[in-house]
Design a protein. Structure first.
Length: 451
């Protein structure tokens, strides 16, 4: 196995070209002791060996994938300038690239008039969405999300002083509509968070039906599509899931994370608002804030102040190489990740040694070894997790609520409130091409772990 290195030659060439833009300046270079620096960097390389192989197809556990080589090159190239996209003075070129890249993300959902910017990740992006909701709907109004929604929504609601309520899920880990309606009948819900790709089982909340409830109850609807948003381009979603994605153009705000399926380095999130007028809530005054440009700068529509221009440069370059268009190279990559999850699901479903719960909606699959009790299944899951890791196949552990499994697994004695299951996140396009090898390792691991 070898890391991709051809891009280093491109980077060196691009760096020389960038340097040519500043030839009018006197020579200048910060001191660097090359020998000492090399020793330290080699220490870093040695320490970094102590990682799981997140970049490899045999890593099929958590939501981790390497950035595209174009993103790495563009990000590194920008670091020689290190722009700050808080204002045009600190990141003139990179701010322009951010606006263009974010507009392409908004266009993915059919928005040509919007307000949006990049953030340090999905957490900050969701915080801005809930902050605006609190301004518009009132501090006393509740934020509602499903029990399988990301834990950040409850935490951020607490930070913002907004009441929060988690509503139950159905047996496919989606927001339960009767439970949501019951919460809405209380009359104190201001915001509903629909998760478009939960980070646990990968479920997509029933957005079309939630939109119908919005027409009745008048709440603000935020789509947390941090993980699943890019699947708008996949082209091979199930009919029910596709129906949810088709409704994204009518929600009030969307979060999408380019550092997940967008092939970007951490951290790169994005918040989009359908109504640009919410920008008035970001208004601020500073006695020193960048008077050299009268044009709106990104710091005026962001809760974060200093933000890495490198993230914008990398995202712009990636979208330039891999446009966000149906049927394109980027789209085909998403199609393959979902195809990999479906292929693994079929293999597991047809094998008597394992149990499945429901087919993957995106590219995440939760499953478990067979057993007649929650305790036995959990014990086998944990053992299989360890054995597979010893064979270089890396999975993830997921604690599934027993209440959601009772009808699915009617022959199981649920002697504990949670069942430890296994979770496979097949978010690399290469997973599709490696599925037979992955299955071979899983089969071998199961034989060793389960006899």
């Amino acid at each position: 196995m070898g890391f991709e290195r051809d891009s280093l030659r491109i980077l060196e060439k691009a760096l020389a070209h960038l340097e040519g833009g500043f030839v009018s300046l006197p020579d200048f270079g910060p001191p660097l002791d090359i020998q000492r620096a090399e020793r330290v960097v080699m220490q870093v390389a040695e320490i970094m060996k102590n990682n799981y192989p997140y970049f490899h197809p045999y890593y099929a556990g958590q939501m981790l994938k390497p950035p595209h080589p174009i993103a790495r090159m563009a990000y590194m190239l920008s670091l020689w300038i290190n722009p700050n996209n808080h204002a045009l003075d600190g990141g003139r070129a990179s701010s322009a690239l951010e606006k263009e890249a974010v507009a392409e993300l908004a266009a993915l959902f059919g928005w040509d008039r919007f307000l949006g910017h990049l953030t340090g990740g999905g957490t900050m992006a969701n915080m801005e969405a809930l902050w605006i909701s609190g301004k518009l709907m009132g501090q006393g109004k509740k934020v509602v999300a499903s029990e399988q929604a990301h834990y950040t929504h409850q935490r951020l609601s607490d930070v913002l002083g907004l009441p929060f309520r988690a509503v139950a899920c159905d047996d496919r880990a989606k927001m339960d509509l009767p439970a949501l309606k019951k919460a809405l009948d209380g009359g104190d819900v201001g915001t509903v968070v629909a998760t478009i790709g939960t980070t646990g089982p990968g479920s997509v909340d029933p957005l079309a039906e939630i939109l119908e409830l919005r027409a009745q109850y008048g709440f603000r609807l935020h789509a947390d599509a941090a993980y699943g948003g890019y699947f708008k381009l996949a082209g091979n979603l199930g009919a029910e899931t596709q129906k949810a994605f088709d409704g994204l153009n009518t929600v009030d705000s969307i979060v999408i994370d380019p550092h997940k399926h967008g092939l970007q380095p951490y951290g790169c999130g994005c918040i989009l608002f359908r109504d640009p007028e919410v920008g008035k809530y970001y208004k601020h005054d500073s006695p020193y804030t960048y008077f050299t440009s009268a044009e709106l700068h990104l710091g005026e529509i962001s809760l974060e102040c200093s933000r890495p221009g490198a993230s914008a440069v990398a995202l712009w370059a990636t979208q330039k190489l891999l446009p966000l268009v149906p049927g394109g190279e980027f789209s085909q990559g998403l199609r393959k990740t979902r195809g990999a999850a479906l292929a693994l699901y079929e293999k597991i479903r047809s094998d008597h040694r394992f149990r499945t719960i429901f087919p993957p909606e995106l590219d995440i699959l939760v499953w478990a070894p067979d057993g007649r009790s929650a305790s036995r299944i959990s014990e086998r899951s944990e053992k299989l997790f360890r054995v597979a890791a010893g064979k270089n196949l890396h999975l993830a552990i997921f604690k599934y609520p027993s209440v959601l499994l009772r009808e699915k697994w009617g022959d199981v004695n649920f002697d504990r409130p949670e069942v430890v299951c296994l979770r496979s996140c097949l978010m690399k396009p290469e997973h599709y091409d490696w599925i037979e090898r992955i299955w071979g390792l899983l089969d071998d691991s199961a034989n060793s772990a389960m006899g």
